[in-house]
Write a protein that binds this ligand. Structure first.
Ligand code: HSE
Length: 314
């Protein structure tokens, strides 16, 4: 039976950006970044009000097709609740269409804010495993969704045995010497558009290449950052996407020529560099800036936080 939530309940969720793939870990590895969106909701008597501040303001729809609103609806249905009306405020710092997991953050944040509502009427919150499952089903990218839910670095995997895919993830502990430098361009790109560039089938040789690099990357990220250059090599998706995002592909090459390990962030066009140095080489930074990238160090992001009520942003 569906229960109606009382008017006046409020809740807040804070959710991180994420970088998927990390080179060879296509559709599997992910990493949360210290760049956050905040979602505040209030149950109202009727109607829907959506306000967007920051990234996406003036660009995304302010009706029931808004991704956060759809995720909230999905979360309410999944927990057996409904609302008469809703006010949703999105304060966004995660740039859209850059490969930084803004869609996964919207969905994870929308589901998490439901936890902040339903726990006020004594209902159990969705667990991390349920958030990963629901968000991945809804948004389609478990590598981003798992990083947004759990924070830190994650390995995610999908089982296709039943009617619906089953999504799971485990965290891995990022080595403290690794510094993260996302390079975010002004230029946008859609994951769907660069995903169709990928071939349906890959050779055994290429599969073997990526298997070894992805396995090595888990070792490099957790214990052996000295292996990051070799461990971030990929032949399954970055070369195929290069033609659609040539500036990013070139920047990747420049970084690697400067002996900085780097990968496309998700489907791009953002790039992420990993270094054991606290600064990137000047040449690498200058090239990025000259070519329209904002390059800055970020910390590893925290897992999604939700709370009942409206909280001040930290
Ligand atoms: N693994 C996905 C892709 C990530 O590369 O298409 C999308 O953010």
């Amino acid at each position: 039976m569906t229960q109606t939530l009382p008017v006046g309940l409020t809740a807040t969720a804070v959710v991180a950006a994420s970088s998927a793939n990390l080179g060879p870990g296509f559709d599997s590895l992910g990493l949360a970044l210290s760049l956050y969106d905040e979602i505040v909701v209030e149950v109202t008597e009727s109607g829907l009000v959506v306000e967007v501040e920051g990234e996406g303001a003036g660009q995304v729809p302010l009706d029931s097709s808004h991704l956060v609103v759809r995720a909230i609806e999905h979360g309410l249905q999944s927990t057996g609740f409904q609302v008469a009306g809703l006010k949703v405020i999105c304060r966004n710092d995660i740039p859209h269409s850059r490969g930084l997991g803004s869609s996964a953050a919207a969905v994870v944040g929308g589901l998490a804010v439901v936890n902040g509502l339903v726990t006020q009427v004594g209902s159990e919150p969705l667990s991390d495993a349920e958030l990963i499952q629901l968000a991945s089903e809804f948004e389609g990218h478990p590598d981003n969704a798992s990083a947004a839910v759990l924070g830190g670095a994650v390995v995610s995997w999908t089982e296709h045995e039943g009617v619906l895919p089953r999504y799971s993830a485990v965290p891995i502990q990022l080595h403290p010497d690794i510094h993260l430098f996302p390079a975010i361009p002004e230029e946008r790109s859609s994951t769907a558009e660069t995903r169709v560039l990928l071939p349906e089938h890959v050779s055994h040789t290429d599969a073997r290449f990526n298997l070894s690099r992805a396995a090595l990357l888990v070792v490099a990220l957790t214990q052996r950052p000295d292996l990051l250059m070799e461990a971030t090599e990929d032949v399954l998706h970055q070369p195929q996407r290069a033609a659609a995002i040539p500036r990013s592909a070139e920047y990747l090459q420049i970084l690697r020529r400067c002996q900085v390990s780097a990968a496309l962030s998700g489907a791009g066009p953002a790039v992420i560099a990993f270094s054991t140095q606290s600064e990137l080489p000047a040449k690498a930074v200058e090239y990025g800036i000259a070519n329209g990238f904002t390059v800055s160090e970020m910390r590893v992001g925290e897992g999604v936080r939700w709370t009942s009520g409206v909280v001040a942003r930290t």
